[in-house]
Design a protein around this ligand. Sequence first.
Ligand code: DAT
Ligand code: MG
Length: 149
Amino acid sequence: MERTLILVKPDGVQRGLMGEIIGRFERRGLKLVGMKFILMSTELAERHYAVHQGRPFYNDLVEYITSGPVVAMAWEGKEAITAARNSIGATNPVEASAGTIRGDLGMEIGRNLVHGSDSAENGLKEVSLFFSEEELVAWDRVTEEWIRE
Ligand code: DAT
Ligand code: MG
């Protein structure tokens, strides 16, 4: 079972788009198993973006993600990574397809509204960076058979 870490980034929160963004994953049929509203510490941001350390945009990225509260979520399901990445759209919102979160709501790569894990392995790693196992909720969704064959 795949897990993906989704963040509504500070611009999404400040612009009042939390419900809009969360709703897209909810309507898609992904299953929410964890959620928190937090101000990320610099330490957490540096761990989360460790792979980008040394890139020219790294400092701005850490500053942006710690500049205001974020909604951190763990969504679960078969092919959750691919489904979420496709719903999020390309990294640069100007190039993201219409119908995606970034393509519908964003204009700048440095204000791209949302994070989603890029592989099954990173999904598990990133979820465990933000959530302890006790914070994740195992639950039965009554609509499951209308979403999954
Ligand atoms: P994604 O968020 O689509 O997975 P990524 O993992 O390659 O993209 O990069 C992480 C974030 O870093 C991305 O959401 C925005 C920022 N970023 C990436 N490439 C950038 C660039 N060339 N210039 C400025 N910011 C960039
Ligand atoms: Mg990424």
